[in-house]
Design a protein around this ligand. Sequence first.
Ligand code: CUA
Length: 645
Amino acid sequence: MAENDNEEQNVAGRRRFLTNSGMAIGVGIVGAKVAGCGQQAGGTPDSAAGGGGGGGSAAEGPEPSAEAAPASHVSPGELDEYYGFWSGGHSGEVRVIGIPSMRELKRIPVFNRESATGHGATDFTKQMLGGKLSGDTHHVHLSYDGGTYDGRYAFVNDKASARLARIRLDTFECDHIVNIPWAQGTHGIFPQRHRTGLVFCNSEFRTPLPNDGSSADQTDPSTYGALHTAIDGETMEVRWQVMVEGNMDLCASDYEGKYSFATCYNSEGGVTLPQMMESDLDHLYVFNIEAIEAAVAAGTDTMRLGDSPVPVIDAKGANGQFVLRIPVKKSPHGVNIDPTGRYAVVSGKLDPTASVIDIQKIAQAFAGEIEPAECVVGNPEVGAGPLHTAFDNRGNAYTSIFLDSVVTKWNIADAIAAHGGAEVDPVKQKIDVHYQIGHINASMSETNEADGKWLIALCKFSKDRFLNVGMLHPENDQLIDISGETMRLVHDGPTYPEPHDAVIVTRDKLRPVKITPRTGPRFDMYNAWAQEDGIDLMEDNRVVERPDGSVRVYLTSTAPDFHMADFTVKAGQTVQIVLTNKDSIEDLSHGMCVTHHDVNFLVNAQDTNSMTFTAGSPGVYWYYCPWFCHALHLEMRGRMFVVPA
Ligand code: CUA
């Protein structure tokens, strides 16, 4: 029974966990304004001041969920209405979740080594990853046309090694990874929304630029800078970079192709936590794309950093034609653009408010006709630790509140009216989430087709919401119905660490294929190999001796056969197995696993894939198909004879 008592105490204390530790950091910052708001329509953070988290709802336990929510139930055999694209954090992958069922449909390996597909070990992916086998994905965004998704690509960042990856949305496979020169901690990314144009990437960590040891004093942070990088979404080439003085966090683009945005949480230029939190105001960087592109095209105002060929504009320090700094409240995190394209919402993280910025005023601020601060037209108090904001199609915003563990629904027009002095409370409802919510997004929220149906709350801690599975608990992705006046929690979804952000896309935006299209850089590589070796990839089964002493073993397969029952290589020889799957039936995948050689990869219908390894000591080694493909799947195998060199 002692255990049960503990459980009850845990339940009572669950909302206080981290809220209190957040308070410790936040003392004197959010101070007495910190509110432990529970679920209270129309409540304001002030109404529960001093609660320190929890409020009345702390001891009530989880609210009823799925029973009252028939709308989210997708019966067996029925399809979801939406694709959700989730980043996988430091798993390095991207996940595809069906909405509203929350069923995990696919994991797309991107920066990680993945055993089932061979991603990171096959010849093409190994080359694409440049030898790195880990990554940290945070933000997935899809390519756009005319302000909404065009279904062609998804882009995702790697914070760990400053890379941007592209996923083809016809195949759901990563086809391109680009390194971002001199960037460190690449965090927020966002594609342009008027067409598949540039993808903007913020570097979060400030370093000497170039960071090649050539600076006079590496320890002096006043010489550091960070880079806002533009990458061409079609060619994946780095087009230009703009150097600024502060840390950049989240990224956004407008709907017209005029601006990109970056929140700056360290206008102080500090390198320690107290230094970074010193100032009460940080800012939103606004980048003027037209002015930057004109300077890059003309070659004026540009420089090169170290050995990188990418043109760089130095916009550190003061406002000018390229960069505007709009002051916003302390340590801003998220920046999100509403579906009308008119407003940017920036959340204060260490301040209980969100700032509403009128994008139409930015041109005047760039022209010097108004002060940058005059672009701020609303400042609703949404709760302690606001992070990110999603939108419906009815003028409402939904801000994730980390410290309070709530989602605050507020009305943009009311927030602007209140800022102008009107007696109106923009906050409409707060709903508890479980617990410590980070990102939030709504169905089609990042497009001009936001539909106000589903909201996803990506909670960093599940605490007591699921069965205990040891020290590391799942996170909790909660689905909230926002179609009515009142937000309604309908689903708890445990996830493996550690999704950061997600977008939710109507299923009719995508046109996935079922058979490998045999196009793109991977097939450029295999077609070149076939040509140099005189091979027809779809027909030939042959061992080709290479001039360097290695061998390429070309194999084809149809269920349940490899069309070469055995082949012979020498001990210590470099071997490339190139397997083509001739089957053209939907979902008839094969693969190649070579026993005792760490070789295991997937070959989809009509696909070709390959892996390189060193033949081990002399003997007989079976290779087999690891994907269930046929009643005789287990018989789908052959022998590799390794003979003495
Ligand atoms: Cu082919 Cu199993």
